[in-house]
Write a protein that binds this ligand. Structure first.
Ligand code: NAD
Ligand code: UFG
Length: 340
């Protein structure tokens, strides 16, 4: 298939491009580079090899005219829609910007797609839509919950919008992928997560402590109702997550209508479990201190990924040791991310 990949220069998009080409697909990338560096795409092409060039258009998905040009220049079988802003804390400070970029961007994209004859889309959703989950492990049957921040609201609202569109026009095939916590990097160490400024997420914070950029990790709370008091999450290797998108294309190909899948490993690790796993895998000590809870955090979140296995034949293959090894391999080889 030929795939329009919005946000393809970003963390998950860049890893997905490699898996798409490995599976025999081709792609065209649209990204406004708001949170990425085009160097990622150069490295993706190197990793794919064989002289492949992936067409890249520096276009904002809210720009109807430019997006239409791209849709008319190529024939797309489907779109994988990663483009969006994703920093939870920033979304609290800049709600308008988050609603405008994520919701308006997606509305413009799907409108341009349908006007140009492509009604197949895979959407990057998030476990955040479950709020404080009503069940653990979380199946897709779990009711959606209250999102504590505008970023999470955009994911939840966009799911509703896409579901309504599919109901009204059954020609649409829409796959909502609810990611758990993607970490790690391509095993080559050439592409990875390149957060701007102080990382919000746990793993990039740990790797920046490991490389000496930050003195210590702050652990947000040790009084949760978990085995060691720190928050429990379902960390998933970004390469496994990327492969999940390739598998989701099968659902599109078989005219799934609407389909929702959790992409996680089904295992929960606490903050301190992850710190210890990182120390063990890389033989590095991570200094940390316990801080207050972070507003909006929940105690425990991990998936039941059985539906994706049953229907797509997808299971996460990498374990937490490989996630820690590859996250560190990326950080130590690229201490300044793509900037150096
Ligand atoms: P990322 O920031 O690395 O990638 C997103 C890309 O979208 C960036 O390259 C950015 O420049 C681009 N972009 C943003 N707004 C755009 C616009 N209006 N037009 C064109 N391009 C635009 O983030 P990521 O971690 O790769 O996440 C990809 C998607 O997955 C996002 O939608 C994110 O919300 C979702 N998601 C991420 C996580 C996570 O923890 N990383 C978890 C759940 C869901
Ligand atoms: N944490 C720390 N210190 C840090 C950063 C995080 O202790 O410096 C803790 C958090 O309190 C939490 C755990 O590490 O218990 C994981 O936190 P992250 O910020 O890495 O991830 P979240 O689970 O909070 O959220 C992430 C993404 C969301 C996404 C969600 C579910 O940031 O966008 O996973 O997919 F919605």
């Amino acid at each position: 298939m030929n795939i329009l990949v919005t946000g393809g220069a970003g963390f998950i998009g860049s890893h997905t491009l490699i898996e798409l080409y490995k599976a025999g697909h081709t792609a065209v990338v649209v990204d406004n580079l708001a949170n990425s560096n085009p160097e990622s795409l150069k490295r993706v092409a190197e990793l794919i090899g064989g002289g492949v060039t992936i067409p890249f258009h520096e276009v904002d998905v809210r720009d109807r005219a430019k997006l239409t040009q791209v849709l008319q220049q190529y024939q797309f079988d489907a779109c994988i829609h990663f483009a969006g802003l994703k920093a939870v804390g920033e979304s609290v400070a800049k709600p308008w910007e988050y609603y405008e970029n994520n919701i308006n961007g997606t509305l413009v994209l799907v409108d341009c797609m349908r006007q140009n004859g492509c009604k197949n889309i895979i959407f990057s959703s998030s476990a955040t839509v479950y709020g404080d989950p009503a069940m653990i492990p979380i199946t897709e049957q779990c009711p959606k919950g209250h999102c504590t921040n505008p970023y999470g609201q955009t994911k939840s609202m966009l799911e509703e919008i896409l579901m309504d569109m599919q109901k009204a026009d059954p020609e649409w095939n829409i796959v909502l992928l609810r990611y758990f916590n993607p970490i790690g990097a391509h095993p080559s160490g050439r592409i990875g997560e390149d957060p701007k400024g102080i990382p919000n997420n746990l793993m990039p914070y740990i790797t920046q402590v490991a490389v000496g950029k930050r003195p210590e990790l702050g652990v947000f709370g040790n009084d949760y109702d978990t085995h060691d008091g720190t928050g429990v999450r379902d960390y998933i290797h970004v390469v496994d997550l990327a492969r999940g998108h390739v598998k989701a294309l099968q659902a599109i190909g078989s005219q799934c209508g609407l389909a929702i899948y959790n992409l996680g490993t089904g295992h929960g690790y606490s903050v301190l479990d992850l710190v210890k796993a990182f120390e063990r895998a890389n033989n590095i000590t991570i200094p940390y201190s316990i801080k207050a809870r972070r507003a909006g955090d929940i105690a425990t979140c991990y998936s039941d990924p059985a539906k994706a296995e049953r229907e797509l034949g997808w299971v996460a293959e990498y374990g937490v040791d490989e996630m820690c090894r590859d996250a560190w391999n990326w950080q130590k080889n690229n201490p300044e991310g793509y900037a150096k």
